[in-house]
Design a protein around this ligand. Structure first.
Ligand code: F6R
Length: 620
């Protein structure tokens, strides 16, 4: 959903850091990219398309050396993907990059036209972001030619009062050559404090080559960075001090490390993610989630958990319903965050509200979470990004230890979320007396077994086997993924992965529901991927598989070596190690991720940057 970066070096050229930052932020959108440097005439270069296209433009028309600049990678909302709509936008002497949506852009456009006595010809783009630049020009008033730093801050804070919607802004003014101004509301923005200078960006991954020390800005804050100073102000322009957080992620964790795609790297990191999250979450004496900030006595008194999430995180939530209800005996409801917030949800003080999000910045999830918090529910979260908006809204957070997830298709974040839910279920089960210490220990043992079993599913022969099946079926037009119980959310996730990166129509379905309609779709053109490992419903799933086979469908079974009936019925079999039914989804999702990856590869799709999508969906 657009990525922004701003660099203020003490010496040297900012261009490399800006382009490197954009490459790390490209997962947020790749419709156009642009850069502006604080040099004579505020030179900028912009290109429709990817960062590589921008680099080609700069190669043809090099930029002068400058130590300060801003840059942007765009996921188009207002205005088609085109160079004229690419950021940075410039109005008079203000140049800026913007992530978010100026919801009242029409009213603000009219205001600008009236105040400056101009007309529609003032505008050079169709974007709401250009209006932001113009609004700052209006708010600068008579000072617009040669403002002081205080004039700029005043203009930014007044513009923030007029603007509706979400924004993270990095702003340059022609007359103030030594700093990048910034402002944020509902779109993520971090300040990086480095030895060679100071920085702003949409997320920390963009700045890992420069620093690991970050300040997480909050809604309503604005300020500036120079090469040796960072100043942050609240809505009333009172200076505020925010803590500096040193993160563990390093620059390599945001690079491909020899893999052709981030997605493949991230699939194969999953055993380590589970290992790291387990290690970070178990204290001495098998204390589960020792840093979770809500005491057991309080956890025990809630009557219900409501889980909110979107996309892949929602599938983790759906599996969470099985895990939490089984282990902790507490009713769980799961809701699309985007639906929850626009009805009149029945939620209150008796509820724990659990939001699950990799980025912690998904607008729908945050919006729904705020609704539940306002109604008195106790907010807890599972999140991968420390300092994110979600973490700040939460009373207690389980941080997944995935490292930066860059591939647009979420993989390792999903397994991190599943593991976090397992741990929450154990903690709650113990608090509520549904699990004693022995039961907790036995389940932790199962999770450790699963973590080692995951090693057998990544790389080598396991990967090659799925690649061969994917190649065989890559041009089939329709896929169904079927499962029952805890396998059903995995079926949903398998279908989502396939459709988002290979553009093949795929549906996840509860296997038992096929006969209530979708069976009519079965033909020789359909591939049915059936999850049929150890579970109480194994025999029922066999029946569902038979129904597909007898109607001419092709069946790929995900099962273990003991399941001779499934093996003999299927056209192709992908084996997963035999484990406890509740931890099995941690394993069975891996071949489904590979399947999507290799089908997309065979079809020539852009795996890390699927069309029309972006990671971290910070607009509604
Ligand atoms: C799918 C995918 C999306 C995200 C969804 C929520 O592969 O990545 O469906 O899962 O946009 O994102 P987060 O988890 O950041 O809230």
């Amino acid at each position: 959903m657009c990525g922004i970066v701003g660099v203020c070096y003490s010496s040297g050229s900012a261009e490399h850091a800006l382009i490197a930052g954009l490459r790390s932020l490209e997962y947020r959108g790749y419709d156009s990219a642009g850069v502006a440097l604080h040099a004579e005439g505020m030179p900028r270069r912009r290109a429709e398309g990817r960062v590589d296209d921008l680099v080609a433009v700069i190669d043809r028309d090099p930029l002068p050396e400058a130590r300060i600049g801003i840059a942007h990678t765009r996921w188009a909302t207002h205005g088609v993907p085109a160079e004229r709509n690419a950021h940075p936008h410039r109005f008079d002497r203000v140049t800026l990059v913007h992530n978010g949506i100026l919801e009242n852009h029409d009213a603000m456009r009219t205001l600008v036209e009236n105040e400056l006595r101009t007309n529609g010809s003032t505008w050079s783009s169709e974007t709401d972001s250009e209006v932001w630049a113009a609004l700052l020009r209006v708010e600068l008033g008579n000072a617009s030619e040669n403002p002081t730093v205080d004039d700029m801050l005043g203009a930014i804070s007044r513009a923030m009062l007029r603007a509706r919607g979400s924004y993270a802004l990095a702003i340059l003014h022609d007359a103030i050559p030594d700093r990048v101004f910034f402002a944020r509301h509902e779109s993520p923005l971090v300040v990086g404090i480095g030895e060679s200078g100071n920085f702003v960006a949409s997320d920390v991954a963009a700045l890992l080559e420069e620093t690991r020390d970050f300040v997480y800005l909050q809604d309503g804050q604005c300020g500036f960075v120079t090469s040796d100073e960072c100043a942050i102000f609240d809505e009333t322009l009172q200076p505020i001090e925010l803590p500096i957080d040193t993160i563990e992620w390093d620059a390599e964790s945001a690079e491909k490390g020899g893999y052709p795609h981030f997605m493949l790297k991230e699939i194969e990191e999953q055993p380590h993610v589970v290992g790291r999250t387990l290690q970070a979450s178990i204290g001495s004496g098998n204390q589960i989630l020792p840093d979770f900030a809500i005491p057991d006595e309080e956890l025990a008194r809630y009557g219900r958990i409501i889980i909110l999430a979107c996309g892949t995180a929602l599938h983790a939530a759906r599996l969470g319903k099985y895990l939490l209800e089984e282990a902790a005996g507490i009713p769980v409801t799961v809701d699309f965050a985007s639906e929850f917030r626009y009805r009149s949800p029945m939620v209150g003080q008796n509820d724990l509200i659990l939001a699950i999000s990799q980025s912690g910045e998904t607008a729908d999830t945050l919006g729904a979470y705020r609704v539940a918090i306002d109604k008195g529910a106790r907010p807890i979260a599972i999140c991968n990004v420390r300092g994110s908006s979600l973490c700040r809204l939460s009373n207690a957070t389980i941080l997944t230890q995935c490292g930066p997830e860059i591939g647009v298709a979420s993989t390792k974040a999903f397994t991190g979320q599943l593991l976090a839910i397992h741990l929450l279920a154990l903690r709650l089960g113990r608090a509520r007396g549904t699990l004693d210490d022995r039961a907790v220990e036995a389940r932790l043992g199962q999770l450790r077994i699963a973590r080692h079993a995951m090693e057998q599913l990544v790389g080598g022969a396991a990967r090659d086997h799925v690649a061969r099946i994917a190649t065989q079926f890559a041009h089939k037009p329709i896929y169904f993924f079927l499962g029952r119980g805890p396998d059903y959310p995995i079926a949903l996730e398998g279908a989502l992965k396939l459709k988002e990166i290979s553009y093949v129509h795929a549906e996840g379905y509860p296997a038992g529901e096929m006969k209530h309609g979708p069976l009519a779709l079965v033909s020789k053109d359909m591939v049915c991927v059936v999850l049929c490992g150890d579970s109480p419903t194994y025999e029922k799933v066999l029946g569902n598989m038979q129904e597909v086979k007898t109607r001419g469908g092709t069946v790929v079974a995900i099962t273990n070596e003991d399941k001779s009936e499934a093996i003999s019925m299927a056209d192709e079999v992908i084996f997963v190690p035999k484990t406890d039914a509740f931890v099995a989804p941690l394993l069975s999702v891996i071949p489904l991720q590979y399947l999507a990856y290799f089908v997309a590869l065979e079809r020539g799709c852009d795996i890390d940057k699927p069309r029309n999508l972006a990671k971290s969906v910070t607009v509604e």
